[in-house]
Ligand binder design. Structure first.
Ligand code: 6PG
Length: 486
């Protein structure tokens, strides 16, 4: 056993414990600390026993036990616990030491912390960690960003513990400055929300139109997982569909209350998209769908008073199921196109110079949205690093050309049968609006100008020139001067 540890993990909830064990299994000596000392002892004497794990009973002891520069990874709840722990650490650190925040912190907090700690000579890294408990133990996707000077000191550990893509590439690379690592993780979660909502919608459509049994549905998702939809979330869906409750013998899924929870990263993604003026409606719809599901009492009451059509069984279940598969693929492309548009807008706004292809590769393994599909995204950005929209890449425009008809068919069938498919519908609206040469936004501009003299641009004049019409004959001829697009 080494006398000094290579890295410390502070915060021994399940993610912290598993990351520490993962690091140790790759040959690193790991110092561990938890605010409640009993937990540190329980870990060191339990899962960490007989391994190169050095328990510390105080922050001072933790810092003393580390090689220089010290590397300390915080695995505590996002928000004030991170600031409090940083405050305690500062008394024991020296310039050049590294603090890594591995929680789901809001990227603006990470921006602030990077700048504040830089002034004190401490190198701060905010890293996305995805993959849940299993990922943390066996190989998460890691998305570090912050003070670039830290990268050479943490790269070997991070790459060793991270998941590997099928071609062996570590699912971990330096994302960019200040809050970019946490931004990319937040966006990953936003996409995770839309992926999950779309899979749930697909399942609902299959269940109600095709009336398939859970076993047939499980086999269908298994089959989907062998094609272009191959992904972790599709894989676990088929496992979930088959699982029975040992006590009642019922399918577990049938026993679960239809009220979805959320911890807030999807909401942050939608808020950031709004702040950046970027249309990520499918991701936002996935967040709202969870909110609506949580209004269960209201829904039950509304079911008694608001009428709708009934659902008639699809004439050819197999054919309809294939349409749903294609619709899911098309909607997924649209949602990822939105996600990457948000990344692009953030990269421009904050000067992060993000590499979108590398980000796709970081998500290729270990994380919740891992999917074969990300190889195609990587290829699209390798071909054009400044691709404005994923849908414009020839591979994806071709895929959409083939699948868009199924998305229409499925959304129309859902609408006519009164089945809510908010993510599918919004993906279709995004697709159609994005390819429209002329949208009805001219009427919006006219109304804004009519009631508020907000002005408009003209199709027969250069962009940037603004005009006002005295619509009522009694209004002012002068216009309001503030114009903004977001
Ligand atoms: C991951 C997950 C992880 C967490 C989600 C759950 O990448 O490993 O995204 O971060 O499980 O944040 O989020 P909700 O509770 O909001 O669904």
């Amino acid at each position: 056993m080494k006398n000094k540890a290579d890295i410390a993990v502070a915060g021994l909830a399940v993610m912290g414990e598993n990351l520490a064990l993962n690091m140790e299994s790759k040959g690193f000596a790991v110092a561990v600390y938890n605010r409640t000392g009993a937990r540190t002892e329980a870990f060191a004497g339990g899962r960490g026993k007989g391994r190169n794990i050095l328990p510390a009973s105080s922050i001072g002891e933790l810092c003393d036990s580390l090689e220089r520069p010290r590397r300390i990874m915080l695995m505590v709840k996002a928000g004030s616990p991170v600031d409090e722990l940083i405050g305690q650490l500062l008394a024991h650190l020296e310039p050049g030491d590294i603090i890594i925040d591995g929680g789901n912190s809001f990227f603006k907090d990470t921006m602030r912390r990077t700048a504040e700690l830089q002034k004190k000579g401490i190198l701060f890294v905010g890293t996305g960690v995805s993959g849940g408990e299993e990922g943390a133990l066996h190989g998460p996707s890691l998305m570090p960003g912050g003070d670039i000077r830290a990268w050479e000191h943490i790269r070997d550990i991070f790459r060793a513990i991270s998941a590997k893509a099928p071609d062996g590439t570590p699912c971990c690379d330096w994302v960019g400055p200040d809050g970019s690592g946490h931004f990319v993780k937040m966006l990953h979660n936003g996409i995770e929300y839309s992926d999950m909502q779309m899979i749930a919608e697909a399942w609902e459509l299959l269940r109600r139109f095709c009336r398939f049994t859970p076993e047939t549905l499980a086999a269908l998702f298994e089959d989907w997982n062998r094609g272009e939809l191959e992904s972790y979330l599709i894989e676990i869906t088929s496992e979930i569909l088959r699982r029975k409750d040992p006590e009642t013998g019922a399918y577990v899924l049938d026993l679960i209350l239809d009220s979805a929870g959320q911890k807030g990263t999807g909401k942050w993604t939608a808020e950031c998209a709004l702040d950046l003026g970027t249309p990520a409606a499918t991701i936002a719809e996935a967040v709202f769908a969870r909110c609506l599901s949580a209004l269960r009492e209201e829904r039950l009451a509304a079911a008694e008073i608001l009428p709708g059509p009934s659902v008639s069984e699809a004439q050819d279940g197999k054919e309809f199921a294939e349409s749903v598969r294609q619709a899911l693929y098309a909607a997924k492309i649209c949602a990822y196109a939105q996600g990457f548009q948000v990344l692009r807008a953030a990269s421009l706004e904050y000067n992060w110079n993000l590499n979108y292809g590398d980000i796709a590769l970081m998500w290729r393994g270990g994380c919740i949205i891992r999917a074969k599909f990300l190889d195609d995204i990587k290829r699209a950005f390798a071909a054009d690093g400044d691709l404005a929209n994923l849908m414009f890449d020839p591979f994806f425009s071709d895929a959409l050309a083939k699948a868009q008809d199924s998305l229409r068919k499925v959304v129309a069938a859902a609408a006519m049968s009164g089945i809510a498919v908010p993510a599918f519908s919004s993906a279709l609206a995004y697709y159609d609006a994005s390819r429209s040469k002329r949208l009805p936004a001219n009427l919006i501009q006219a109304m804004r100008d009519c009631f508020g003299a907000h002005t408009y641009e003209r199709i027969d004049r250069p962009r940037g020139e603004f005009f006002h019409t005295d619509w009522t004959g009694s209004g002012s001829v002068s216009a309001t001067s503030t114009n903004y697009n977001r």
